[in-house]
Design a protein around this ligand. Structure first.
Ligand SMILES: O=C(O)COP(=O)(O)O
Ligand SMILES: [Mg+2]
Length: 230
């Protein structure tokens, strides 16, 4: 833990659907799991709509959508993880403007934290494969703490590790989990226009601003500083 710097600003950034288009990796792992379970593959968009609330939630919803009742969730998760470890980082890509935006935010003096619901053991190598790991001062995975987003704890934890105050942080993500966790932590929250907002769509996400890229966020954060006053 670092000593708290009360003026240090930080940006907390979601992973799936915000930094990296991971849906192709996840869809492939889901399809391989369903094949193992002798079930038909689901449509791509259906799987995309299940992303954002962690792997156990995703697998649970896949089993329901595929009408599979013969296997406990935990066993299906084990099959999914086996495939996901192989597809992780191999089919997706880094969204446009991510590298440029992260560089701009670093140069502007922000500390950067990645806060994801993806298990840490998958998120860490994914950031490395994508060449994004060097930008971040902290990575909080969905299983790093007893609570994942939409709880505020992962956001507080990221700030604590970075030695920054939550009052000087903003969150950026792509889903309801990101909005809800930021609201619970009293942080401003921005949503990217290109991620996995879920079946209700972007308009259901009551955020402080929509952005086309992390580069646009970097430009918005430079002037004026949006600080959440609590
Ligand atoms: O694993 C998930 O459900 C999505 O993870 P995210 O929090 O990076 O969007
Ligand atoms: Mg996401």
């Amino acid at each position: 833990m670092e000593q708290i710097n009360t003026s240090q600003r930080s940006v907390l950034i979601d992973l799936d659907g915000t930094l990296i288009d991971t849906a192709p990796d996840i869809f492939e792992a889901v399809s391989r799991m369903l094949n193992d379970l002798k079930a038909e593959a689901l449509p791509y968009q259906t799987v995309c709509d299940f992303i954002g609330k962690g792997v156990p939630n995703l697998v649970h919803r896949v089993l329901i959508a595929a009408k599979i009742t013969t296997i406990p969730d935990a066993d299906a998760c084990a099959i999914f993880y086996r495939h996901y470890r192989e597809t992780n980082g191999h089919f997706g890509f880094v969204f446009p403007g991510v590298h440029e935006g992260l560089i701009a935010m670093k140069e502007a003096g922000f500390r950067l934290g990645c806060v994801t619901n993806k298990p840490f053991a998958l998120a860490e190598p994914l950031l490395q494969i994508a060449g994004l790991d060097g930008y971040f001062d902290v990575l909080v995975g969905g299983d790093s703490l007893p609570f994942m987003k939409p709880a505020p704890e992962p956001l507080y934890h990221a700030c604590e590790v970075m030695g920054t105050l939550p009052e000087r942080a903003v969150m950026v993500g792509d889903s309801e989990s990101d909005v809800a966790s930021a609201r619970a932590a009293s942080m401003p929250v921005y949503i990217v226009n290109y991620g996995y907002p879920g079946p209700a769509g972007l308009s259901a996400l009551k955020c402080d601003g929509f952005i086309d890229s992390l580069l646009e966020l970097a430009q918005q954060l430079s002037v004026p500083a949006p600080v959440c006053e609590t």
